[in-house]
Design a protein around this ligand. Structure first.
Ligand SMILES: [Zn+2]
Length: 424
C-alpha cells in the first residue's frame, strides 16, 4: 500500500503532456487525455500517475478530490518584461487617435518613458512591483516565467532589473528564468550612434555572467531599432561567452530576424508576425521554438497576426506567451492569450495546450523540468474550474484557476483570485 503526501483524486481530464522533446507541427495536434485519473505527490514531486481504480487503497496525508475537474501542468510563460517602473495608460488614447508605435517611440514616448520611470525607481520599488505582477501570474496558473531586463538601457539600471529577478528567484515560489535585454531600444543619448550603445551593453555581459544574473541574451531586431547585422554581431558575442540567445524578430517588418534566429541556433524566435516563407521553412528544420505573442498584435490593434497555422503545418514547434509589458501587452493573463490564439491564430485547443506547457518550457531551456506531469518531476500542477481542456480558451477573459500547486504546495487556493496568493 503506497503512502503519499498528497493525492489528487477524481480528475475528470488529466493532461500530462507526455512525450519527448518539444511538440513540433503534427505532434501539436494530438493531446492524450487520462480520465478518472489520480496523481500522487511525495516530497514535492510527482510519484504516481494512474486511474482511480489503480489508486484504490492508497493513503495520503492530504487528499484533494478534484471532483471531475481538469488538471494540467502549471503553465509556462516564456516571454515577459516583468520588471519595470511606472505604467503607460495615457498611450491608449494616442493609439486610439491612430498614432503608430514607431511614431510614439520617435517622440521619446513608448518604451523610452518606461526607461525613465525604471531608472528613477529604487531596486526595492521595482522588486515590490514585480512581485505584485508575479503573484497575479501565479494566480492565473503560471508556475514558470521568463523575465527580461531592457528598461534601463544603461549599466546601472539593467543590473538593477536583473538583480530584482535574481532576488525573486530566491524569494518567490515562481520559477523564474532571467534574460538580459539591454539591446531593447536605442536610448535618446545614443540616438545617432546605436553601435556605440551596443558596445556599451556588450561590456555588461561579463558582469552578468560573473554574477549569474541571466542565462539568456535577447535583442530587439526591428526597423528603427537594431538591424539584422547588429543583432547577429551582438548575439554572437553573447554566445561566445556561453549565453543562450533569443530574438525579438520580425514583429513589425519582415527583416529576416526569423532566419537569423535559426542561423544563430537561438532557443527561441519571438513575435515572428512578419516571418517569411523561407524563415518558417528554416524554423521547421531547426530546434528554435517560435514564441508567438498574439496579445501584442491584439493590444496594438493590428490586423496582422503571426502565421501560426502555416508554422504548424510546416512542422514548427510553436509556443505562446503574454509578452507582459507596460506598453504593448499589459496583461499577466496567459489564459486570455490562449483565447486569442484560438480566435486570432486559428490554433486548436490541442495545439494551444502544447504551446503554453511543454513548448513554452523548451522555449526557455526548461523542457526537462517544467510543462509536463511526469514521475519524478516537481509537482507544479493546476486544478481548473473547468470540465475539459477545450473550455479554457473558449470561456475567455476570466480566471479559471481553482488551485495552483507549486512543488506540491497549494500557493493559490479555490477561486483563483489574486488575494488568495500565499507566499508563506
Ligand atoms: Zn517582448
Amino acid at each position: 500500500m503506497s503512502h503519499f503526501d498528497t493525492l489528487i483524486t477524481n480528475i475528470g481530464q488529466l493532461l500530462t503532456m507526455e512525450g519527448n522533446g518539444p511538440a513540433k507541427g503534427e505532434q501539436m495536434k494530438t493531446l492524450p487525455v487520462l480520465e478518472n485519473a489520480v496523481i500522487g505527490l511525495k516530497d514535492e514531486k510527482i510519484a504516481f500517475i494512474g486511474t482511480n481504480e489503480e489508486a484504490e487503497g492508497f493513503r495520503a496525508a492530504q487528499v484533494i478530490d478534484a471532483n471531475g475537474k481538469l488538471v494540467t501542468p502549471g503553465l509556462v510563460d516564456p516571454h515577459t518584461h516583468l520588471v519595470f517602473g511606472g505604467s503607460r495608460e495615457h498611450e491608449l488614447a494616442l493609439k486610439q487617435q491612430g498614432v503608430p508605435y514607431l511614431e510614439i517611440l520617435k517622440r521619446g514616448g513608448g518604451i523610452l518613458s518606461t526607461v525613465r520611470a525604471t531608472r528613477a525607481a529604487s531596486e526595492e520599488e521595482l522588486f515590490a512591483k514585480a512581485k505584485f505582477h508575479l503573484n497575479r501570474m501565479l494566480s492565473y496558473g503560471v508556475t514558470t516565467v521568463e523575465a527580461k531586463s531592457g528598461y534601463g538601457l544603461d549599466e546601472e539600471t539593467e543590473l538593477k532589473q536583473l538583480r530584482v529577478v535574481q532576488r525573486l528567484q530566491q524569494e518567490h515560489p515562481m520559477d523564474l528564468v532571467s534574460t538580459f535585454l539591454g539591446a531593447h531600444a536605442i536610448p535618446l543619448e545614443y540616438k545617432d550612434n546605436p553601435d556605440e550603445f551596443l558596445a556599451r551593453m556588450a561590456t555588461l555581459l561579463h558582469t552578468i555572467q560573473k554574477e549569474e544574473l541571466a542565462e539568456f541574451v535577447d535583442i530587439f531586431c526591428e526597423t528603427g531599432v537594431f538591424t539584422v547585422e547588429q543583432s547577429r554581431a551582438f548575439l554572437q558575442a553573447a554566445k561566445f561567452l556561453g549565453f543562450a540567445v533569443k530574438i525579438h524578430a520580425d514583429e513589425i517588418d519582415p527583416l529576416g530576424g526569423t532566419e537569423l534566429a535559426v542561423e544563430l541556433g537561438a532557443v527561441s524566435g519571438d513575435h515572428l508576425v512578419g516571418a517569411s516563407d523561407v524563415g518558417i521553412a528554416q524554423l521547421a528544420k531547426s530546434n528554435t521554438i517560435a514564441v508567438l505573442l498574439p496579445g501584442t498584435s491584439f493590444y496594438l490593434g493590428k490586423e496582422k497576426y503571426a502565421r501560426a497555422r502555416d508554422m504548424i503545418e510546416a512542422g514548427v514547434a510553436v509556443a505562446l506567451a503574454t509578452d507582459f509589458n507596460p506598453g504593448s501587452s499589459p496583461t499577466e493573463n496567459l489564459q486570455l492569450i490562449m483565447s486569442l490564439a484560438a480566435l486570432k491564430l486559428n490554433m486548436t485547443p490541442e495545439e494551444i495546450w502544447h504551446a503554453v506547457t511543454v513548448n513554452a518550457a523548451y522555449a526557455i531551456n526548461r523542457g526537462e523540468e517544467a510543462g509536463r506531469i511526469a514521475i519524478g518531476r516537481k509537482a507544479d500542477i493546476v486544478i481548473w474550474d473547468a470540465p475539459n481542456y477545450a473550455y479554457i480558451p473558449y470561456h475567455y477573459g476570466v480566471n479559471h484557476v481553482h488551485t495552483v500547486l507549486k512543488e506540491g504546495k497549494a500557493v493559490v487556493k479555490k477561486g483563483g483570485y489574486d488575494v488568495n496568493v500565499s507566499l508563506s
